[in-house]
Every structure is written in C-alpha cells, then in structure tokens.
Design a binder for this molecule. Structure first.
Ligand code: ADP
Ligand code: ADP
Ligand code: MG
Length: 666
C-alpha cells in the first residue's frame, strides 16, 4: 500500500479523504493557502505544506505548487477530492509522468468525459441513451436558432466545458435563442476559457438521477445504484438521497448497465458518476460523467456500506475491486443536506465571517438510525470569500425513507451555527414540504415551490401553541433565576407568577403554568392542557422539550420580555408578559426603523463585476442592478421597488465590504 498520500484539496472533502487514508494506515499530507492556515484539514493531516495566497489560482489549482509539495514530502500518491484539480487531465498526466499515482481515473478518460459534447458523442456511440439534440458545436446565433427549431422548443443551451451549473440557459421559444446563446457563451468563455456551445432538448419536469460506479485496472466494474439529486437551486444540488423514490428495479438496472458501458468505452477505472436526467415516464438520458468523487457520495456509502474513498485508494494502488455486483444491495435510505453559508431570506446571498458557534448534531450509527456530518470547519474558524460556501454535509440514514427524513428533521433542529447565516432554516422547510415528503420532486422544485424566494415557514396553530407553552415555561424559569441572582433578600419582592400572556406574531396565548419537578403542566384559557418535560436552564441556546412523548427542539436566544425562537424554517419573536405588561405594550408606539431603502447596500464582501444601471435610469421592481462575485458565485442584486437611480458609487472591479453603499435611489 502507499506510504503517504497528499490531498490536493481543502475543506470537508480533504478531511473526508484523510479519514479513509488513516483506516488504511497511510500517512497524509495536507496543502493549504494563507486563508486556511488554521483549518481542520491541516490539523487532521500528519504533515501540511503551505502553497500560496488565498485565491485558488495562486494556490490550490496551481499544478507547480502541488508538485513541489509532493517532492518536499515524498508523497507517493495524490487524491484530488472534487473541484480544483480533480478533473484536470494535465494534472493527472503530470503526476503520471513523475511516477506519482493519481487516485482517480486515467487522464484520457478525464479528458474525454470533461467535455460535454465529446462525452455525449462517446455515450451515444456506446449505446447510452442521450438527450435528443445536435451532436456538434454551435458557432453563431443563427446556427443556434436553426438547430433549436429542428430540435423543438424548449431547448437547453449549454457550455460544452461547463460545470457547477454555469453557462446554461433555457430558451422557451425562438425569441430566447439569440440571448441565451450569447449569455451562455459569455459565461462559458469567462468561467472556463472555452466558449463552445451545445444545444439539446430541455426535458421538462425532469429528475436528476445519477449512477455511482467503480472500476478497477483489470476491467472489472460495478454500479452502486443511484442518487436522486433533483433538489437543486440554480442547477446546483442542495439535497440528495439514495435510493431514488422514483426508480423501479428494471430502470435502475438499465441505468446501471449503461453507466458501465460508458465507463468501459473510455477504459475507466476508479470512482465515477454518470448523471442522467429522467422524465416523468422513467425515460432517462445521459447528461455528463463526473470523473471524480462526488460531493454527495456519502448517501451511497450509507446505503451500500462501501467506503468509496478506500476503494479509490486501493484501485489506484493496483488492487482488484473488493466486491462484485451481486454483493451490492440497497440497505435502507439516506439523505444529504448541504449546509451552506448563505442567507436564504436574502435571496441566498453568501454569508462570510467567523463562526462563533458550531455545534453540529452528534454523529452515531446504530441498527436503525445514523447521523453523519462531513465538515471542514470548527467553532472559531472562518468562512472565507475565496472558497465554496459549504459548511457541512449533514447526512442521515434509517431503515426507510420516512424514518431517515424524521432523523434529518431532528438533526437539523439541533444544528447550531452562529456568527454567520446558514441555510438550515431553508433545509428544514424542504423536509417539511408535503411534495418533498411524498417524493414528488423535479429539478424545478425549489423554483416552483419558493417562487418569491424563501420567506420563512408559517407553522400550523398547534405548533405555535406548543412553542408558546415551552417558551412560557422557559421565561418563568429565567425570571426565577434572574430574581435569585440579583441576590436581594427582599421581602417585598413579588414572586414570579404562573399566569402569562404569550405573543407570537401578534397572536396572544393565555397560559397558566403548573410546575412540577421535571417540567410543567401548561393550561390554555381555551381549555387545552400540555405536559412538558424539560431540563433546559437559562443560557442554553438549544432547548429540548418532551411534550406527551414528542421531542421538540428550539434554538433560542433571550430578548427583552421573551425569546427569539428558531424552529423548522420559522424565526419567531416570542414575547412572554403578564396581562398588565401586555396591555401596556399595546399602548406603546412601535420603534421606527430607519429608512435605508433609498440605498442599495452591499450585502457581503465581494467584487463588483457588473453595474447594469446608470444615473437617471428609471428602474422596475425586480430589475437587475449589479452583480457581485463572492465565493465562486455571481450574485445579482435586484431592485426591491420602482425608482430612479440618483447616484452610482462604485464601478466594476471594486472590492466592497458589507453595507457599503452601491447605489442611491431618488
Ligand atoms: P456537479 O459538478 O454535478 O455540480 P457536485 O455536486 O459533486 O457535482 O459539485 C462539485 C463542485 O463543488 C465542483 O464542481 C466545484 O465547483 C465545487 N468545489 C470544488 N472544490 C470544493 C471544495 N474544496 N469544497 C467545496 N466545494 C468545492
Ligand atoms: P454541470 O456540469 O454544471 O453539473 P449538467 O449538464 O450536469 O451540468 O447539468 C446540471 C443540471 O442542469 C442538471 O442536474 C439538470 O437539473 C439541469 N439540466 C441539464 N441539462 C438539462 C436538459 N437537457 N433538460 C433539463 N434540465 C437539464
Ligand atoms: Mg452535473
């Protein structure tokens, strides 16, 4: 076996690879940029080598720097993770030429599959079903229109070199073709330095289902079933599961077999993923092959029991596959939620900064349930604008789909991240969505179900009632603590009462509490009673309650006269007051919020790449104003109302900080 491997990546995936290397007794080398000096992958590895400044093109994807780290440490092999150099055939070739093993497929297979056009041709020739379209390059808007008409609308215009959901446009009719072609091409040339475009049929209401394969250097192949990745935002995956709730065994088998024929056609070895798009009749079409370990590989590991990274290392070392097709089955169900540093309530803008609190759910694996959290961050660490905004991949496994979802809901409820904003509330909203629960999903799910973006979940009255009861109980406890700490032996001190008015979103709940040793009986004025058990004490930010056998987890923060509560996609100010306090409060005027709507403020540190308006322009609600690039993503800032531009304070190329004024409206 290899003595030492270098991991040419960062973040959670570097940590993930280090774990499997350790189980094989292999020494590990991490590489890190200036921004990653203190990161988790550096701490976990046996050795760590500094490779340059934060921007990836000066560190993680600079082949020369990685080669130097290899020679400095004497590593025998390199695992590239995903992204970065993982699908770069020059890198694989360079390693091969130097006698270092690339833990991945052969360079020519990466090259053949790296291009959407070339790979589609090979797929077609090896009997794999491909999306109907034109198997050639499109070189002008006129050509695009001609081909689109032949294919029939709607069509998908794609960058041949594309990846990560970039350089893709849908044209619904003839009018959309010229613009789609141009913007796709621009994005392709700026993001990939390659502006070749292809056009294919846009499959409406499809699912994205992909097949994981493994192959060794002796021509043996297996497929490890599918992953359903239909929950996507802007063509990027957010939630994945295995198996797919949609496939029947025959379709699964034919997809698996086709994936293997494609792999054979390019003499593939190592782990790889063949992505398919599947229509509502289970017709499936090849999309692309990812010649690397995929972000969402844990759901496959949880349902097959195979350690994919370990297999990749063994295959690279020249060992035969450790299992045959008939040894691979589907055991239970698994979900993965990508926890991103972004603010779902502000159009999913990236959120950057120091993580002041990081308490993920505890990992475990027993016969009925499992929680796995692949992460690259820790409390006190920083989310930098230079890299991908992923904080963690929270996975759950159970014996069936409903149970795995239930475990995920609770796991998300208990995940605490502070200092930056995360998408946990949004993830919770998806796991509580009836269509998602039914497995009735397509790649359009997020866009269709959250057309106005994410504005928070409105919980049913019973849920609010339970929250009101729990918070009343917390408030009483906090009040008792507070009066004790003040230390006055005060005979006139009023006792903390048991009658409370709890207000949530201006709705009042009239509650009386009857405490016992481990909790409280809670009575509402309308007659309902709840018995709540809890060991919460003031200061704890995660509050756990049991209400007639059901677990309820709330993330709580004290505010004046109550608590700010976060629960499954809702953020609530829950105020707990005496009747008298409540009455007085309704006489008080609401504090006026300063009007900042005249300004467009920069929501995150980033680089202005485009300003689409100029002074004097009349703008409409929703009109695009400018683009900011941060964390490998372009974010378009839009107008939230009609108006006229008074000043433009920045220009493309400027680096901005949070809350810097970009534009002023009249
Ligand atoms: P797809 O390419 O089909 O979207 P994945 O969902 O597996 O497949 O996404 C992989 C993407 O993750 C890469 O293309 C890249 O944009 C991004 N990425 C690269 N490096 C890292 C990293 N170290 N941490 C997180 N994400 C990364
Ligand atoms: P990338 O390399 O960016 O991952 P893919 O070709 O894998 O690009 O496509 C990403 C996503 O875009 C798919 O998961 C799917 O949701 C959507 N998509 C791609 N091609 C089509 C198509 N022809 N019809 C409908 N949706 C598509
Ligand atoms: Mg893809």
């Amino acid at each position: 076996m290899f003595e030492k491997i270098l991991i040419a990546n960062r973040g959670e995936i570097a940590c993930r690879v280090i774990k499997s290397a350790k189980t094989l007794g292999i020494k590990t080398v991490a590489v890190y940029s200036e921004a990653d000096k203190n990161s988790l992958h550096v701490q976990m590895a046996d050795e760590a080598i500094f490779i340059g400044p934060p921007p990836v093109n000066q560190s993680y994807i600079l082949i020369d720097n990685i080669m130097e780290a290899i020679s400095l440490t004497g590593a025998n092999a390199v695992h590239p993770g995903y992204g970065f150099l993982s699908e770069n055939p020059q890198f694989a070739q360079r390693l091969e030429d130097t006698g270092i093993t690339f833990i991945g497929p052969p360079a020519n297979a990466i090259e053949a599959m790296g291009d959407k056009l070339a790979s589609k041709k090979i797929a077609h020739e090896s009997g794999v079903s491909t999306v109907p379209g034109y198997l050639g390059e499109i070189n002008s808007a006129e050509h695009a229109l001609e081909i689109s008409k032949e294919i029939g609308f709607p069509v998908m215009i794609k960058a041949s070199a594309g990846g990560g959901g970039k350089g893709m446009r849908i044209a619904w009719n003839e009018d959309g073709v010229a613009e789609g072609f141009q913007s796709s091409r621009n994005e392709a040339s700026s993001s990939f330095g390659d502006d070749r475009i292809l056009i294919e049929k846009f499959i409406t209401s499809p699912r994205h289902i992909e097949i994981q394969i493994l192959g060794d250097k002796f021509g043996n192949y297996v497929y490890l079933n599918e992953r359903e990745c239909s929950i996507q935002r802007r063509n990027q995956k957010v939630i994945e599961e295995a198996p797919s709730p949609f496939l029947d065994p025959q379709t699964r088998e034919s997809m698996g077999k086709q994936a293997i024929s494609l792999a054979k056609a390019v003499n593939y070895f190592s782990a790889g993923t063949v992505e398919f798009i599947v229509d509502s009749d289970q017709n499936f079409y090849f999309l692309e092959m990812n010649t690397r370990l995929q972000v969402e590989h844990p759901v496959t590991e949880l349902t097959t029991g195979v350690d994919l990274v370990k297999e990749m290392i063994q295959i690279a070392h020249g060992e035969k596959l450790s299992l045959t097709q008939d040894q691979i089955s589907i055991d239970g169900w698994a979900f993965e939620s990508r926890v991103y540093a972004e603010d779902p309530r502000r159009n999913f803008l990236p959120s950057i900064g120091r993580i002041t609190k990081y308490k993920p759910p505890v990992e475990f694996h027993d016969s009925a349930n499992a929680i796995r959290n692949d992460t690259g961050v820790f409390e006190g660490g920083e989310i930098s604008m230079h890299y991908d905004p992923m904080i963690a991949k929270l996975c759950t496994w159970s014996t069936d789909r409903n149970a795995a979802m239930a475990t995920m809901r609770t796991a998300l409820d208990s995940f605490e991240i502070e200092g930056i904003t995360s998408n946990i509330s949004f993830l919770s909203a998806v796991y509580n969505h009836p269509k998602f629960i039914d497995g009735n999903i397509t790649t359009g799910f997020i866009e269709e179900e959250f057309p106005e973006g994410f504005t928070g979940v409105n919980h049913a009255p019973e849920a609010l009632e339970r929250i009101a009861a729990c918070v009343a109980m917390m408030h009483r406890f906090a009040e008792i603590r507070r009066t004790r700490i003040s230390g006055r032996i005060d005979h006139h001190k009023r006792k903390v009462g048991n009658e409370w008015t709890v207000s949530i979103n201006n709705e009042d709940f009239f509650i009386s509490l009857d405490p016992f040793k481990t909790g409280c009986r809670v009575k509402f004025d309308h007659g309902r009673e709840l018995e709540i058990v809890s060991a919460w004490t003031p200061g704890q930010s995660l509050a756990e309650f049991t209400i007639s056998g059901d677990l309820l987890l709330l993330r709580v923060k004290p505010i004046s006269q109550g608590f700010k509560v976060e629960f499954r996609g809702a953020e609530l100010d829950v105020l707990v007051r005496t009747k008298r306090q409540r009455e007085l409060s309704s006489l008080m005027k609401e504090k006026e919020i300063p009007d900042t709507s005249k300004y467009l403020l920069c929501p995150m540190p980033g680089l202005i790449t485009d300003i689409m308006v100029s002074v004097g322009d009349k703008i409409e609600d929703g009109q695009a104003l400018c683009t900011i690039e941060a964390m490998k993503m372009e974010n378009v800032l839009k107008a939230s109302r009609k108006g006229t531009i008074k000043t433009v304070n920045v220009s493309p190329g400027n680096s901005l900080t949070v809350d810097q004024v970009i534009l002023e409206f009249e």
